[in-house]
Write a protein that binds this ligand. Sequence first.
Ligand code: GAL
Length: 655
Amino acid sequence: MTVSHHGEPRRWLRRAGAPRLEFGADYNPEQWPREVWAEDVRAMRTAGVTVVSLAIFSWARIQPRPEVYDFAWLDEVIDLLHAGGISVDLATATASPPPWLVARHPEILPVDRAGNTVWPGGRQHWRATSPVFRNYALRLVRAMATRYKDHPAIVAWHVNNELGCHNLYDFSDDAAVAFRAWLRERYTTLDELNVAWGTDFWSQRYSDWDQIIPPRQATTHPNPTQQLDFKRFSSDALKEHLRLEREILREITPDIPVTTNFMVMGETKGMNFADWASEIDFVSNDHYVLPGPQALDELSFSANLTGNLAGGRPWFLMEHSTSAVNWQPINVAKKPGELDRDSLTHVAHGADAVCYFQWRQSKAGAEKYHSAMIPHAGEDSAVFRAVTALGARLADLRRVAGSDRKPADVAILFDWDSWWASEQDSHPTDRLRYRQEALDWYTALLNLGIRADVVPAGGAWQGHRLVIAPILHVVPTDLADRIHEYVNGGGHFVTTYFSGIVDVNEHIWLGGYPGAFRELLGIRIEEFAPLLDGETVDLDDGTVGTLWTDRFQITASDVEVLARYKDADQPAVTRRPVAAGSAAYVSTRLGPDGLTSLLPALLGPAGVVSELPAELRGRVELAIRGEHRFLINRTDEPVDLGDGRVLDARGVIVS
Ligand code: GAL
């Protein structure tokens, strides 16, 4: 057993046998007649499937009426899978409440900001804070655990599904009650809360806890700290649901590890997964590619962050797609080679399981146009052939299983509080995108052939030579202290616009921005000067800024100016040597190209060099797990590796 960075043991699937890379999918047999089940198991064996996630949306079948459980069909499916040598990641089935429960207890339904009930008809229509929902859900978890505790096919428990995917923000009266309890826990006294929320502004001072409500639809901007606390609370409320299910599972089946599928992807920002990771036995993630010029970089970024949430240990890719999804405005099919490349990029960043949504493409329902391992066309299809080939390749790659990710020299700090707070309303601009800025740095590093780790701000990043903190907006005192210690100890720190601005309560660090880093950076900003849409600023190093600029002075004599705004003749990018380290500041959005040209000036002094030959940098991504080097083609052309090997277009080589 290995110990994660949180200090508790990390577990993996409960199964005997040599380590391997798991391969599989969500399996929804209830959508198909029984005759198809045996066919499914046969085809799974053909494809090399080792594990499926089962019963995710099966509540209505398992408990057709309040007092009736029907496990017969599920017993049969699990037995069939087991006989076929396929393991089961068994869901607790609580993700989507059945119609009878909603009819009986409409008070479990979420309520939106404006007070409208969110009706059933889709899925996940439950409030995390509803005691009634919790009772029914936990009864089901107990029934599932008791029924299947001794079944040898079960290798893990899958709590609920994508907690918070659709029901994160609930403004109901249950939420109000739970929010007050959460606030009492956080602040103890109303006076403390009044200070933290700055309630002397706009006559918001509370004289009784019961006056406090979630930030429901208001006349204008609700109190910013109330909004931020509600985001923290909403993430915690779902985490609490996760813990409650987990406690029952641990009580009844202490030998079966518990996971739940995170959504480290794109703009899914409401769940603080850095804070959730220590609640489960191993980290799982779902990822879907978002089309666009940074699609593959975003995949790599997400996989990398997931690996760091897992403390560098292997994690479980619970869902991604074999080809198109069904929930974007236009759903693009994957090109030849992309299925392999996408899956193996996750493996390169630590995934020891490669699973898809879903096994067999649905014939009916809202996801019938979503790709699967077996498409509507059947097994005689390019997708199924690609799936089968990948299954064989993963079996060949079993030597990779269990290996830890090799830490990189560069870390990019990722911070949910800063993400939430920096994008709130009533700010200098509403165009700022926290994750996009972080991704742009990651892309620029990939362009230069430099590996980077995307690490939670609260995690272990002190060992990295260079730490980049894009838009690190919320800086509590202890984080400011850690950053100062890091630099004073010889670390190289880089931060950007709108960083170091507020404390944990979202109050400004006064005296000139960025209050938390003013001394360290040797600069003082008096005023922000965001840019209008389409407006750009030229820097004297040839790069171009958008979105943001600052009006700032240099306050320390040893600050170097790396770039100036041409027209304003003002500093734009600075770097200050501090002890054996340094602290640099980038005051505008340079985007991937601008950052690619700026970065060498920051990497050089930190002693960071590419591990790739010059001709491969930018065209190939390198990721390392243990002794295993993954070379991932970032282009649509073959790449000659210069050693007699050629990397196919969109190909991946593991050596
Ligand atoms: C996930 C979900 C799956 C499926 C998939 C489609 O959000 O967990 O059940 O809906 O997306 O991409």
